[in-house]
Design a protein around this ligand. Structure first.
Ligand code: PLP
Length: 393
């Protein structure tokens, strides 16, 4: 890493922790640093570059789209209509009307505001230790530990602790029964909780409780959406119909920043006069073009991508389950959202660091290794990364 750049970065650039590599370029599942070193990226930039970095087909589509520098939000802009229509087509259930955002946090923030206005209720129920973004609103529904640093987070935000079992359902019902809860919000398959896949019974019962008590069911698909879990949206694994669904990250594959919040016609109509979610750069023309190209790419290649996700998910799961980790391993996977619980956070950190030194990038969540490889990763690349992982044990 260039020491001068690193020192200037430390002095002028606000960030969490310190950078591990200086990125020069990326292609497919690989990142290259400034010394030309090659790294296999098993994170996809944390669920962003789902269709591989520098995807030529997507880049060509984006390059062919001509667009203005900026569009003032009260003007008509055909690509906005087109993107909104595409989102209505590809999202599950009766979701129809989309609102603009610059990223995931804004998308979830909009969902919270829509739910408050629609239900005329102040409260939220979410999963303990979850992550839904970085605004004060979204931090309020995230981990309760945030409240130590930010004393002014929203009141009336209640948390449901794991595991998501019968007892959790009973606790949830006690909350919802107050008819004070505007929305229950969760990642249908939680990437942020180290790939937590809830039981179908829990999801369906929870959805039923929301219906019973007039609480909106909000799916935060910012990380788990766009094919990551083996369906375009993770909600589709369950017999539930979200009232609001939030998108971000892989919606543009990393080519630009964009978020979206989609809801039903009925909800959109009822909130129309009160809800105004202004976002100056929401759906900037660059982002809109990238999202349209990215969604078209999925629609063109859906079958082969789904096949690859299923095949690679089996490969990762089988190989990792057979590796000799110090204290054993429990693998959990939904498509190419994969975690391997190594039962010791320090050991997981050590393995991650060794892998990095050998040119494999993966993430950790407490005692788990967390992997989000590109959805079009080849068997050879997956095998190579898994070999590095095994050699690092
Ligand atoms: N929701 C989930 C589930 C996320 O994982 C994230 C980001 O990691 C967000 C919301 C916030 O998205 P952004 O960082 O684009 O604001």
């Amino acid at each position: 890493m260039n020491t001068k750049t690193k020192n200037r970065d430390r002095k002028f650039f606000g960030r969490d922790g310190s950078p591990e590599l200086e990125l020069q370029r990326e292609r497919g599942s690989y990142l290259y640093d400034e010394e030309g070193r090659k790294y296999l990226d098993f994170t996809s930039g944390w669920c962003v570059g789902n269709f591989g970095w520098a995807n030529e087909e997507i880049e060509d589509m984006i390059a062919r789209m001509r667009h203005p520098t900026y569009v003032k939000p009260d003007l008509l802009y055909k690509p906005w209509t087109e993107l909104a229509e595409l989102l209505a087509e590809i999202t599950p259930g009766r979701l129809q009307k989309s609102y603009r955002a610059t990223g995931g946090s804004e998308a979830v923030e909009a969902a919270m505001q829509i739910a408050m206005i629609y239900t005329d209720r102040p409260g939220f129920l979410s999963l303990e230790d979850s992550y839904h973004g970085n605004t004060l609103g979204t931090l309020s529904i995230g981990a309760s530990s945030n409240r130590k640093a930010y004393r002014n987070l929203l009141p009336h935000c209640h948390k449901l602790s794991l595991p998501l079992d019968e007892k959790a359902l009973r606790r949830a019902e006690l909350r919802l029964r107050s008819r004070n809860i505007a929305a229950f919000i969760m990642e249908p398959i939680s990437c942020n909780l180290g790939v937590m896949v809830p039981d179908a019974e829990f999801m369906e019962a929870m959805h039923g409780l929301c219906r019973k008590y007039g609480t909106l069911f909000v799916a935060d698909e910012v990380a788990c959406g766009f094919g990551r879990t083996g369906k375009l949206f993770a909600s589709e694994h369950f017999d539930v119909e979200p009232d609001i669904l939030c998108m971000g990250k892989a919606i543009t594959g990393g080519y630009a920043s964009l978020g979206a919040t989609i809801t039903t016609e009925e909800i959109a109509e009822k909130i129309e006069d009160q809800f105004s979610f202004y976002s100056t750069y929401g759906w900037h023309p660059h982002g809109t073009a990238a999202a349209i190209a990215n969604i078209r790419y999925w629609l063109r290649h859906e079958d082969e991508l789904l096949d690859n996700i299923a095949g690679m998910s089996r490969l990762f799961t089988d190989r990792i389950s057979r590796m000799r980790f110090k204290y054993g391993v429990t693998v959990c996977a939904a498509g190419l959202a994969i975690s391997a619980d190594l039962l010791d956070p320090d050991y997981a950190g050590e393995v991650r660091e060794k892998c990095f030194d050998e040119g494999l990038i993966l993430d950790t969540n407490d005692s788990k290794l967390v992997l989000f490889p590109a959805l079009n990763i080849s068997e050879r690349e997956a095998g190579k990364g898994l070999e590095i992982l095994e050699d690092c044990l």
